[in-house]
Design a binder for this molecule. Structure first.
Ligand code: 2M8
Length: 471
């Protein structure tokens, strides 16, 4: 179904309003993920936020990444939340109790788990914008890459070693939150074996910020999430101890694909800017290993990648968007074309009941699909951005642009919701979500002819999207 094009007026409003949201959520040197529901800095949110801000200010975008790095643990781990000030968000630092871990950073309280490694993807976009602008922005960004190369490499090395001790080529996650897709049906089987034991009582605070509790994970799911936090604390955040004692240990294909793609990019950036050759080679080796792990997990019957439950040794076959991990890491051109067709076809973006042909978190044709429940079906604009980015990087500009146009049309209301009901288009979760505003800016920047170079990024322009009037 053709997507109605936003008008030039819509576009101007969207750019202005997205900038306003990011400014309002700016706390100086970092951006809160949302003003109410998520009043802290989240790791993968910060990556998306930084690449969106870069379209407006390269120095401020680099600040975002620098602040995130201030929370890096001595193991190399980048934690999933940095708590810069007290708030009503739960679980808070008292629940995470990371003071039991020797590797925690000084200066900022953090959580004790990870999130997907999108950061070097963001860094490469920022550098791209900086080079387009030239001058001081370019100098600043290039110096930042050289300075922080070892920090990103340490982050990737942590994931490649502490989280893949057997060399399977799949990053092991210890909590559904580490996938970024908290309650995805991907995790139903592993969570069914998580039985909460004795732990301090808790009161959920997230439900106070949403109109309808059914949009969030259930209380039973939350109890399991907190039990895993408890198990991490008991293991003193030592990955080997947790692996031996914790209930949830799963190889995550999307995290692995992002690690491979980010490691490719880091090696490229390092080679361009004269980084340590051993670090560049290490980065390339990480990319190869995790790309192989992802491709090996693909189910020939569905062409989707599968997570691996490391407690049972079983692949988890769920029609979630994470199955498109091979699009993100590349490596098999024939599979890539089949995945492109699958993604745009009737089980996914082309499903007849979708309001917008935008990537849903779970296929509407799957029995696991729930249209209102968090990561069980709703559309997350950042996920759509990621797939568009991946397609574009693989030379699939037309498909990438289809997702970009549909994604822009979905956001034309300018509320920048956390996620969207895929059948009606209704906004769900938080409003003014930073990463949604950020990817809108990026999508908009990509539609201005001549502003971005045609490299391996989302730069394609279809004639149909060029606004008619002067800009
Ligand atoms: C959601 O996760 C947090 C826990 O990390 C929560 O529900 O409280 C997820 O959508 C996650 O991917 C995202 O990074 C975070 C902040 O936007 O919210």
């Amino acid at each position: 179904m053709p997507v109605a094009q936003p008008t030039p007026n819509d576009i101007a409003l969207m750019a202005g309003r997205a900038g306003y949201v990011l400014k309002a959520n700016d706390r100086g040197r970092f951006t809160v993920a949302s003003p109410t529901l998520y009043p802290h800095m989240w790791s993968w949110d910060a990556g998306f936020v930084a690449l969106g801000i870069a379209t407006v200010s390269v120095p401020r975008a680099l600040d975002e990444l620098r602040t995130l790095l201030s929370g890096q643990w001595t193991t190399g781990m980048i934690p999933h939340i940095l708590f810069h000030s007290p708030s009503d968000y739960f679980p808070d630092p008292d629940r995470w109790r990371t003071q039991v871990a020797a590797a925690r950073p000084v200066g900022v309280p953090t959580s004790g788990i990870t999130q997907p490694p999108i950061h070097v993807v963001a860094l490469s976009r920022i550098l791209h914008d900086a080079r387009r602008k030239g001058g001081a922005d370019q100098e600043l960004a290039e110096a930042f890459v050289v300075e922080t190369f070892p920090r990103w490499l340490a982050w990737h090395r942590y994931l490649a070693t502490a989280r893949d001790p057997q060399g399977l080529g799949l990053v092991e996650i210890h909590h559904g939150w580490e996938s970024g897709m908290d309650d995805s049906p991907r995790w139903d089987a592993p969570y069914s074996r998580v039985v909460p034991g004795p732990m301090p009582p808790f009161v959920r605070r997230d439900l106070a910020h949403v109109a309808d509790p059914s949009q969030r994970p259930s209380d039973a799911e939350y109890a399991r999430y907190l039990w895993l936090v408890e198990q991490k604390v008991r293991a003193r955040y030592d990955d080997a101890v947790y692996r031996a004692t914790g209930d949830f240990v799963v190889g995550d294909v999307l995290v692995s694909a992002l690690l491979a793609a980010s490691s490719d990019l880091l090696a490229d950036l390092g080679a361009e800017l004269g980084a340590d050759p051993d670090g560049i080679e290490e980065s390339r080796a990480i990319a190869r290993r995790f790309r192989t792990g992802v491709l090996r997990s693909v189910d020939p019957a569905t062409d989707l990648a599968r997570d691996l439950d490391l407690r049972t040794g079983e692949y988890l076959s769920v029609e979630s968007a994470a199955g498109f991990a091979p699009l993100v890491c590349g490596g098999d051109d024939a599979l890539l074309r089949r995945q492109r067709d699958l993604l745009l076809g009737p089980r996914w973006c082309g499903h007849s009941r979708l309001r917008w042909p935008v990537v849903p978190s779970v296929s509407p044709a799957s029995p696991a699909f729930r249209e209102r429940t968090y990561w069980r079906g709703p559309q997350w604009p950042v996920l759509n951005w990621l797939m568009a980015w991946a397609l574009n990087r693989s030379g699939e500009q037309e498909a990438a642009n289809a997702l970009r146009l549909a994604g822009l049309a979905q956001l034309v209301d300018c509320d920048f919701a956390e996620y969207y009901e895929p059948l009606t288009g209704e906004q769900l979760g938080s409003k003014d979500q930073s990463w949604t505003a950020a990817i809108a800016l990026d999508f908009l920047a990509a539609r201005r002819p001549g502003r971005r170079r045609h490299v391996r990024l989302l730069t394609a322009e279809l004639p149909a999207v060029t606004p008619a009037g002067p800009r």
